[in-house]
Design a protein around this ligand. Structure first.
Ligand code: TRP
Length: 449
């Protein structure tokens, strides 16, 4: 192989790994399984996969192409293509600002569990009410949240992301292998088979608009779409890297990890609680300690697992923090250090609300939701679908699909270009409008889905 070929190959691999590194995080391991459990198991999985192959494919292609074409991140990219659409870049930029604080609260939960396993409390974590007791308290969840966001801030402040990325490139494959091992163990637990069936076999009677909404929000969240991130990644992508196949690889990788996480958690949750799997955000933290308790060398495996998940979470939070800092730096014309401090303090305040929302502030709700659920709802079910919709309109009718198609065709044929055009122009905008309207109406209690 000539040198040229080699370097373009590493170019692609490097791009896919970097984008996948940002995409794979708590979204795959913590969020996907509990949503799948809550929204009907197999039917959720099916809807998710269909959406990934259609909406996910079209949006990711569009975002990466816009980034590569302009060489700019979201706000600048929209601005340079059409001034009137600069606001879409801004809207997209709000998403990481909302996600970062509550993402770090969950990151704190992972740290707490890692600590509990390391300090010999592994068995206690499997006890009834352990998780509820932990998040219901005031100081402890706040403490772990603080540590998590402080580490994130320090990494960004001292610019040592590269070091973390190197470590995580080794950790990620280990995480995949460990997840497979735990999933196999989980499936073999007595009573787990029902859970496997629930997760894999779609039950069409469980289908509803809510399933689609939840799956769509999860798709955007997990693949870091509709928030400007993939535009930024695209701006770093070389012109000779094959865009279409990179998109497929990132999607397959991200979905495979989410799928495995579901297989690890849902059957176990079934086995231990006889089908009561609608535990929401606590599902992973309740189900896994019970698996580790029974598994040979469970404490050790638990420690390894939480370390690996912590790394996946940190690479994502670092990339989120970094994104927010660069927006603050650019748009408010201030130095990086000051921007880091501002983002840190802001996240601390907003995250504290989410953390306390399960404890002392449990009575306080916004449109019927606790703070964490509210921030999650506003970003995943409102702003991201709006950004996605506007991106489709922008590509479909302003710059025209051909602009993206020619960018993709800089190297080779764009095999799914008809599918791309149909989704961007018609299917996605219509579906997103319908879903958005019904979700907002139902959040305000005007209709029930
Ligand atoms: N996709 C990440 C996950 O699955 C979470 C995430 C959302 C993210 N937005 C991001 C990560 C921006 C990095 C940058 O956990």
């Amino acid at each position: 192989m000539s040198n040229e070929n080699r370097s373009s190959f590493t170019g692609k691999l490097g791009f896919v790994l970097a984008a996948a590194g940002s995409a794979v995080g708590l979204g795959n391991i913590w969020r996907f399984p509990y949503l799948a459990a809550e929204y009907g198991g197999g039917i959720f999985l099916l809807v998710y996969i269909i959406l990934a192959l259609t909406f996910g494919f079209a949006l990711m292609t569009a975002e990466i192409a816009i980034g590569r074409k302009t060489g700019l991140s979201a706000i600048g990219a929209f601005n340079s293509l059409n001034k009137k659409f600069t606001f879409v870049g801004w809207l997209a930029a709000i998403v990481p600002v909302i996600i970062l604080p509550y993402y770090s609260v969950i990151g704190g939960w992972v740290m707490k569990y890692l600590w509990a396993f390391m300090s010999g409390d592994a068995v206690a974590t499997a006890g009834d009410g352990y998780f509820g007791g932990f998040i219901g308290a005031t100081g402890e969840p706040l403490f772990w949240f603080f540590i998590f966001i402080a580490i994130t801030a320090l990494v960004v402040l001292f610019g040592v992301e590269k070091g973390i990325e190197k470590v995580s490139k080794i950790m990620m494959p280990i995480l995949v292998v460990l997840t497979i091992i735990i999933a196999i163990y989980s499936i073999c637990l007595p009573g787990a088979l029902e859970g496997v069936k629930y997760y894999l076999l779609p039950d069409f009677s469980k289908f509803s608009v809510k399933t689609v909404l939840a799956a769509m929000g999860q798709l955007f969240y997990s693949m870091s779409l509709a928030m400007g991130i993939m535009i930024t990644y695209g701006s770093y992508m070389k012109k000779d890297t094959n865009l279409e196949s990179s998109v497929s690889q990132i999607e397959i990788f991200d979905t495979a990890i989410a799928f495995l996480a579901g297989l690890m958690i849902i059957p176990a949750a079934y086995a231990f609680s006889g089908g009561d799997v609608g535990k929401g955000p606590s599902l992973m933290f309740v189900a896994l300690p019970q698996v580790f308790k029974q598994m040979p060398m469970g404490t050790f495996i638990g420690i390894a697992f939480f370390v690996l998940v912590l790394f996946a979470a940190l690479t994502s939070s670092i990339s989120l923090f970094e994104t927010v800092v660069s927006i603050v730096c650019d748009k408010m014309k201030m130095g990086r250090k000051l921007a880091c401090l501002i983002v840190f303090i802001f996240s601390l305040l907003l995250g504290a609300l989410s953390s306390l929302g399960y404890g002392p502030l449990a009575e306080v709700t916004v449109i019927g939701m606790q703070f964490l659920d509210f921030f999650d709802f506003i970003s995943n079910s409102v702003i991201m679908p709006i950004v996605a919709l506007l991106t489709c309109i922008f590509v479909g009718y302003i710059i025209k699909p051909q602009a993206v198609i020619s960018e993709v065709e800089l190297n080779g044929e764009f095999k799914r270009k008809k599918l791309f055009t149909a989704i961007i122009k018609y299917v996605a905008p219509i579906c997103i409008v319908l879903i958005l309207i019904s979700s907002v109406l139902s959040a305000f209690g005007i209709i029930t889905l």
